[in-house]
Structure formats: C-alpha cells, structure tokens
Design a protein around this ligand. Structure first.
Ligand SMILES: NC(=O)c1ccc[n+]([C@@H]2O[C@H](COP(=O)([O-])OP(=O)(O)OC[C@H]3O[C@@H](n4cnc5c(N)ncnc54)[C@H](OP(=O)(O)O)[C@@H]3O)[C@@H](O)[C@H]2O)c1
Length: 423
C-alpha cells in the first residue's frame, strides 16, 4: 500500500502512516459515511481533497473540519466565491478550489493522494474514477455505474498502472472478503443478496399506484435517491451483476441473485468443493467503507454490532423476475456485453431522474427501459425501420472512455424519445 511517510497527526501510534484520501462526492450518503470513519481515525487518515456538485453549505462545514488542500465544485463561479470567502474568513487560506470535470480529474490523480473514494453517483463519476485508476491509486469503488459502462477498461488499466480496485458496494465487499485471494477457477458461483426493496411483498396489481415516497422508503438501507429507486426496481442488483463480473473476473452465468430479507448476509461465494463463505453484519455501509479505507488491515470500528442470538432467523428466497423486470433487462444486457450495459445505464439514469421529478410512474421505468433495449437490439440486427447501414462502434464494443460515454448518451437519447412520446 502506498502511503505517505508523514507522521504529523500520529499522536497515538508513532509507527502508523497517514493515508491521504480524496473523497469524490463527499456530501452524499457514501461520502458522509466515509468522512465519519475518517473522523474516528485521525492518526490514520488525512483528507487531501473533497468534491461535491451543489451541496455547498455542507461542503463548507467539511472544509472547516478537515482542511483539505484541494476542493472541487461544479462551476468556476462557485470555486471563486468559496476561494474569496475562505480567504477573507482566514480559515483554510491554503485550500485550492478547482471546478468541473477537469477539477474532479485533478483531485483524483493528484500525486500526494494515496486513496480515492469514488462516491459520485452515476456516469458523472466515470472520468474522475478512471483518472484515479490511470494514476495507479487505491480506488475504493462505491460508484458502480462507471464499472458497468466500461468495466473491462477499468480492469485492464488497473493491471497496467498497479491501481487497486477495492469493492465498496456491500455485496462486492462481502465477496471480496469471502474470496480472500482464492483464484477464479475455484469459484462455483457468486451469490449477490438482495433485500427485495420496499415492494418485495406488494401485490402485483398495486404496482400501478406506487408513489415516489413509497419507492424512496427502503426497508433496510439509507442511501442516495438514485440508488434507492434502483433498489426498488432491482436495477441496482442488475448493475451489481455487471460490476461483480468485472471485479471478480467471473462469467455472468456464474453470478446469481438471492433475496435475503434481513440484509444481514451481504453476499456469498460458493466454491467448487461445495463450501459456501458469506460475510455477515448489520446493514451499515461504514463496514465495507472502513474495510476499503483500512485495507489490508481491519479498523476497530465503534458501531452497533450484530447480535446473532437476537437474530432469530435468516430468510432466503428466489427472486420473482415478474415483479422486477429491470433485473431481467440488466441480466440480458450483462450477457450481451459490448455497449449494452452502458446503453442501459444511460437510459436508466435518464428514466430514474424523470421518476424522481414525478414526470412518470414507477411502472413506466421498466417499460421505457424495455423499449430502449428493444431499439438497441433492432439497431444491432439492422431491423429498425429508419436504421442506417453502419452500426456505431460504441454499441458493439467499449474500447475507450469515449465509447462508454457515447453508448451511455445513446441510451439517454433513446429514453428521452420514449419519454417525449409519453407526454
Ligand atoms: N448510498 C449507499 O449506501 C450506496 C451503497 C452502495 C453503492 N453506492 C453507490 O455509490 C454511489 C454514490 O451513492 P450515494 O447514495 O452516496 O449518492 P448520493 O447520496 O446521491 O451522493 C452523490 C454524491 O455525488 C455528488 N454528485 C452528484 N452528481 C454529480 C455530478 N454530476 N458531478 C459531480 N458530483 C456529483 C453529490 O454532490 P451534491 O451533494 O452536491 O449533489 C454527492 O456528493 C452510487 O454510484 C451508488 O450506486 C451507494
């Protein structure tokens, strides 16, 4: 692990070294949990850089507390105002304020930074997370969408640069812990667990009436709005299958999903000898986040603990795909490969944003996505009526970040057309 030799904050353990951290998306659910861990271990971690998009007030509090050397915001105006305000307030006069995509890339690849927590939501995290990989950083990957869009590029680039991709999603972190360096040939199956979300028991004939508030009310986890909706549709589990495929070099056919109502078993691995290894714990993202921050050590966390005696029972069920059509769509895209996952990801982001804006109903999400993926199939098979002879390369293969962005954009545009026709 590449760590700074600075011992300036290390009052408790003079032998420890500081890990210098960039948090991309510091004001979100994962970002706040990351800062909560870092606050508990000032002798181990130092915040080098923080970013947000619009939550400027919250970011200002973080700047005052953690005194980062670099801060990235969305626009040059925001950066200028913050620079002036922090200089005139005499707090953090050394902090440099940068902005936009170039700023995010700068704080990801900064030579002083050891570890980047990738916690931006959606495709917006693609370029900054990739910059960290290109710069050979330890990258804690919470932001799954970039891996969905361009997983092969991430894995290949990490191999070249020595970057370490640490799975932060609770399911992937569980598998990472259970695998413990076992080789892919010994894996019989990866089993991703799913809580089933708020609609796991809702009668199917009531899906038409689902409201935004109901969809945002996850039974087990508190998360950002986009991933909470993805959990309700189970698109999240589909994205996780693609993420697991790349992170663990395992064919999609060997990745299963199982409902685990209590969210206590965070995922499991079945090995070729019939052994199952699972990772358990209360549903608390601070555990996988701390595992990534402390890796290869474990941090002594002060958090509520699982009491197995109080647990009583654990429930496992097969997933009802009729209830969760987004899971089937994503599984198909995972098997198709090429540009399909990026197209689906872009379309999903567009459609979920429309649902969060209350422009469409919950049931419309999967219908619109099915329609986009139908156009995708027609385009690849040249059966779409107005389709050109040449299939864009980015729909067939993702060979560069530009391909991933274009495929994602194509998905958004197709979803936009369906949305317009709905209104
Ligand atoms: N939350 C969880 O428990 C959890 C679990 C597993 C995986 N993940 C994954 O982790 C990622 C983050 O999830 P989250 O729940 O923490 O999301 P979130 O609460 O919505 O936070 C997203 C963060 O990214 C920033 N951001 C949003 N759009 C941006 C853009 N276009 N450019 C730059 N920054 C932007 C936000 O800034 P503002 O606050 O200024 O908008 C915020 O800091 C997602 O990919 C999600 O799938 C989350």
């Amino acid at each position: 692990m590449k760590v700074s030799a600075s011992l300036s904050n290390s009052s408790e353990n003079p032998a420890s070294v500081l890990t210098k951290v960039t948090v991309l998306g510091a004001t979100g659910s994962i970002g706040l949990n990351t800062l909560d861990i870092i606050r508990q271990f000032p002798q181990k971690f130092q915040i080098e850089a923080l970013s947000c998009r619009n939550s400027i007030e919250q970011l200002c509090e973080q700047i005052r507390e953690f005194k980062p050397r670099l801060v990235c915001v969305n626009t040059s105006d925001q950066a200028r105002e913050l620079r002036e305000s922090f200089r005139s307030g005499h707090s953090c006069p050394e902090t440099e304020f940068v902005w936009g995509m170039e700023g995010l890339k700068q704080i990801s690849r900064d030579p002083e930074v050891d570890l980047v927590m990738a916690a931006i939501v959606g495709a917006a995290g693609l370029e900054p997370t990739f910059s960290a990989v290109e710069a050979g950083k330890i990258v804690a990957v919470a932001n799954k969408e970039p891996l969905v869009m361009a997983g092969e590029l991430f894995v290949q680039t990490a191999k070249k640069t020595g970057a370490k991709l640490l799975p932060t999603d609770s399911e992937h972190n569980a598998i990472f812990q259970a695998l413990h360096n076992e080789s892919p040939e010994r894996i019989a199956r990866l089993i991703l667990t799913a809580s089933g979300g708020p609609f796991r028991d809702l009668p199917l004939d009531e899906f038409e009436q689902i409201t935004l508030d109901e969809a945002l009310n996850h039974p087990n986890w508190e998360m950002g709005r986009k991933i909470t909706i993805d959990s309700a549709t189970m698109m999240n589990k589909g994205l996780e299958i693609i993420e697991a495929h790349w992170l663990f070099n395992t064919p999609v056919e060997k990745i299963d999903v199982l409902m685990q109502r209590e969210s206590i078993i965070h995922s499991m691995v079945e090995f070729i000898d019939g052994s199952f290894l699972a990772q358990m714990g209360l549903p608390d993202m601070r555990v996988p986040i701390a595992y990534c921050l402390g890796w290869p050590e474990r941090l002594p966390l002060k958090i509520p603990r699982l009491d197995p005696v109080a647990l009583n029972a654990l429930h496992f069920e097969a997933i009802d795909e009729q209830r969760f059509p987004c899971l089937s769509l994503s599984l198909k895209a995972a098997k198709q490969g090429g540009g399909a996952p990026a197209v689906l990801n872009g379309a999903n982001e567009k459609v979920v944003a429309a649902f969060l804006n209350e422009e469409i109903r919950f049931v419309d999400i999967s219908k619109i996505l099915a329609s986009v993926m139908h156009v995708f199939d027609e385009t690849l098979q040249q059966t779409k009526p107005d389709c050109f002879d040449i299939i864009p390369d980015f729909l067939l293969n993702i060979l560069s970040l530009e391909d991933a962005v274009e495929a994602d954009q194509w998905g958004r545009e197709q979803a936009g057309e369906v949305l317009e026709n709905l209104n």
